[in-house]
Design a binder for this molecule. Structure first.
Ligand SMILES: *[C@@H]1O[C@H](CO)[C@@H](O)[C@H](O)[C@H]1NC(C)=O
Ligand SMILES: *[C@@H]1O[C@H](CO)[C@@H](O)[C@H](O)[C@H]1NC(C)=O
Length: 635
């Protein structure tokens, strides 16, 4: 499978090898045998394999799933998983989901009512929630949570709000007019992105801004409205009241959880669960909490594996599949559940969610780590690594992010997470951090001991993460880590400034004479990703060096110039072309993350203060646990 994936990128391969005719014939024979084998193997893959879906039509997939057995080898399925594209790929051509060049970072509006109802609570309803367990408050028409065997429980929202140190949308005024004007510009971009989505694609997952229609994709297993859920908290924070109401109304009336189909556990968690949870915490509106809890229940069967390490793909519509199917789970996927799942337990009073992720923690802290590094693939059956590829970009990234954020979210009580983070960062510093000939610091990837001098756009979140973690170390490491964070962020900025569009490529390299530039055609695209502006935002908040706002503004201008089209924002296929081709896709994370981080970059520090919130890997803010603010009714 690895071989196959590389083929398309090697035009005229046999010829290039200088083979003679008979050799060519043999070679082709061999190749066709291999192809047949591989295609046949598709039927043996674990039914979770998204790879299979690329090749088999929906119905065939279903029947293949039911007939597939646990016999598939974990080796073949792991390399298959390698091809997955958890995050949306350069759009338009679906099969490009399989491009190994674009694994999404597994590491993926509301002023409205609040204004009317006062700063603390937006809607009526939440408060009159009964305390009895039988009738956990539900908006009319929604389904009861799947289980309700627990003692009466009520999350005390008012108490939670009192525990915050700053108003969620900030309280300070008196900034300079230019900063305000820039912030307003970003708000206008958000409104434009939302309005077009609403007009042409409401209820679909994403907007296709050139063809003016909706995109559904296959990551969410029949769930719809990814852009709605992802946009909610951004609309709220930006005080786009009307738009927030539109989004909320869609959630109340049209967001259907009774769906069938295979979904990425990771993507559903970071986008849907994350978006719903954060909107609940920001507004107190029960509908968001209820939807989050109902959806959370549907994710639990994914954990029925011998190790408790969840499978990457779950079927939202059926509970029938067993745990035996092999295949490996991706570090950044199962390592990016912790924040949301703790909140699912917090809000439901049901400890099962927290238990599931604490078990993942346990498995990971026990398993042997080569050189202290965490490889990207683990078998949910045996609990051991499937191969030794380490990256802080796609596939690995948000696992590290969630360690430090778990500690921060626990109000610095989860010292196990801090220790794991510190150890991992030390190993990364020791083995992966490099300096290029031109003096740029970057984080390389590691393949079984061999370094690949490449950094993905996805890995650019690490500047912000390292800066965030540096705040809490001992003095010497604190300074070293702040420098490292600033250098990495600066390298990522270079990857932007060295392109003609001033937007950065999907991956850039430091070898064969290249310095922070993409060398391969397949790595030159930009799909509205947030990681670079995410790091600008953290470094701005933590250092207040004005360059970060300048760099953020450069991105705003480049987005306006190259990505804004008549009906929304689109990714581009080549950042080195001054007349780039658009990919016709407005990713939902553009509204959730890119625009939110840009906006926050031009806000005062008390807007979604880092003292009160941690951002999940889709930029949905979750509250730091200042107190045990749960209500007392718990047994
Ligand atoms: C919001 O809080 C303030 C004081 O904290 C209170 O006076 C006001 O009534 C509250 N409003 C609502 C709608 O809860
Ligand atoms: C917050 O802290 C309390 C007490 O330490 C704990 O019981 C609760 O689970 C925590 N909640 C979250 C979301 O971490």
């Amino acid at each position: 499978m690895v071989l196959l994936r590389k083929l398309p990128g090697m035009p005229g391969w046999p010829a290039a090898l200088g083979l003679r005719l008979p050799q060519k014939f043999l070679f082709l024979l061999f190749l066709s045998g291999l192809l047949t084998l591989c295609f046949g193997a598709l039927f043996l893959l674990p039914d979770s394999s998204r790879f299979k879906r690329l090749f088999l039509p929906r119905r065939a997939t279903a029947s293949a799933s039911s007939s597939s057995s646990a016999s598939s080898s974990s080796a073949s399925s792991s390399s298959t998983r390698d091809t997955e594209l958890p995050r949306s790929p350069p759009a338009a051509a679906e099969p490009r989901h399989a491009s190994p060049a674009a694994p999404r970072r597994p590491r993926e509006k509301l002023r409205t009512a609040a204004r009317m109802a006062g700063p603390n609570r937006t809607a009526p309803g939440p408060r009159q929630q009964p305390q009895g367990g039988e009738s956990r408050a539900q908006p009319a028409g929604s389904e009861p949570p799947a289980r309700d065997t627990r003692a009466p429980f009520r999350f005390d929202y008012e108490r939670f709000r009192r525990s915050l140190r700053h108003p969620v949308r900030g309280g300070r005024r008196g900034e300079d007019p230019e900063t305000r004007a820039r912030r307003m510009k970003i708000k206008e971009m958000m409104k434009f992105a939302w309005d077009n989505y609403r007009q042409y694609a409401l209820g679909k997952n994403e907007l296709r801004p050139l063809s003016r229609n909706g995109h559904i994709g296959n990551m969410f297993g029949g769930l719809r409205g990814a852009t709605v859920i992802d946009a909610l908290d951004t609309l709220y924070i930006m005080e786009l009241q009307e738009e927030f109401q539109e989004a909320k109304q869609w959630v109340e009336q049209s967001f259907d959880l009774n769906v069938n189909g295979e979904a990425s556990l990771f993507e559903v968690n970071i986008r849907y669960i994350g978006g719903l949870l954060s909107t609940y915490y920001l507004t107190g509106e029960e509908v968001f909490k209820n939807k989050a809890l109902q959806l959370g229940e549907k994710l639990l069967p994914a954990f029925n594996t011998p190790t408790g390490i969840p499978r990457g793909v779950i079927n939202l519509g059926s509970w029938s599949w067993g745990w035996a199917s092999a295949g490996s789970s991706i570090l950044a996927e199962f390592g990016t559940l912790h924040l949301e799942f703790l909140h699912l337990s917090e809000l439901s009073g049901n400890p099962v969610f927290a238990e599931k992720v604490m078990n993942i923690r346990r498995v990971l802290s026990r398993v042997e780590k080569p050189q202290g590094l965490y490889p990207n693939f683990l078998s949910p059956v045996t609990g051991s690594w499937v191969q030794h590829h380490v990256s802080i970009g796609g596939l690995g990234d948000s696992f590290y992010e969630y360690l430090i954020k778990s500690w921060l979210m626990s109000d610095k009580k989860d010292s196990e997470a801090k220790k794991m983070y510190d150890d991992a960062l030390e190993a990364i510093e020791k083995h992966l951090v490099k300096k290029s000939a031109g003096g740029l610091t970057y984080i390389a990837e590691w393949r079984g001991g061999i370094l690949d001098h490449k950094m993905g756009h996805l890995a650019c979140f690490s500047g912000g993460m390292i800066a965030l973690g540096a705040q809490h170390g001992p003095q010497d490491s604190r300074q070293r880590h702040m420098e490292l964070a600033a250098e990495i962020t600066s390298t990522c900025h270079e990857s932007y400034t060295r392109s003609d569009t001033k937007l950065g490529p999907e991956a850039f390299r430091f070898d064969a004479g290249s310095e922070a530039t993409a060398t391969r055609l397949s790595e030159r695209y930009y799909i509205l990703r947030p990681e670079v502006v995410e790091s600008y935002m953290y470094l701005w908040r933590l250092t207040h060096h004005p360059k970060y706002r300048l760099w953020g503004w450069e991105v705003v201008q480049a987005l306006e110039k190259h990505c804004r089209v008549e009906s929304g924002f689109s990714g581009i296929r080549d950042v080195y072309s001054t007349t780039p081709t658009h990919d016709n896709m407005q990713q939902s994370f553009f509204l959730a993350e890119t625009l939110k981080y840009l906006y926050l970059l031009f806000c005062e520090d008390d807007v979604l203060s880092l003292e009160d919130w941690v951002f999940n890997t889709e930029a949905h803010p979750l509250p730091i646990n200042h107190t045990d603010f749960r209500a007392a009714e718990q047994p």
